[in-house]
Ligand binder design. Structure first.
Ligand SMILES: [Zn+2]
Ligand SMILES: [Zn+2]
Length: 98
């Protein structure tokens, strides 16, 4: 499942462009925008791909912690889940010492 960050339309995992506003989902999906924000945040040291409990084997494989500049895009390519990929990005934050 992808969601367009421009018009909130839900699109299939295979969609390249938002069917409503034609935004390029590789840049304007909610996932892509979230990733960009995390990458721009200096407190975020790494990014984790979190999968849902019923994730397909491909997504389970993608689960894990990635360096900020080498994070795979979501939805996970090749996801075979019936309702689409439900993976999400989670930040790994640097510890703040007082
Ligand atoms: Zn859109
Ligand atoms: Zn999947």
């Amino acid at each position: 499942m992808q969601t367009c960050s421009q018009c909130q339309t839900t699109c299939s995992d295979e969609a390249i462009l938002c069917p409503t506003c034609q935004a390029e989902l590789s840049t304007y999906s909610v996932h892509a925008q979230a990733l960009k924000k995390l990458q721009a945040n200096p407190r975020v040291t790494a990014i984790r791909i979190a999968v849902s409990y019923d994730a397909c084997p491909v997504c389970r494989e993608a689960q894990g912690v990635y360096p900020k500049d080498a994070v795979p895009s979501l939805p996970v390519p090749g996801c075979s889940h019936a309702n689409g990929c439900h993976c999400s990005y989670e930040p790994i934050l640097s510890e703040i010492y007082p």
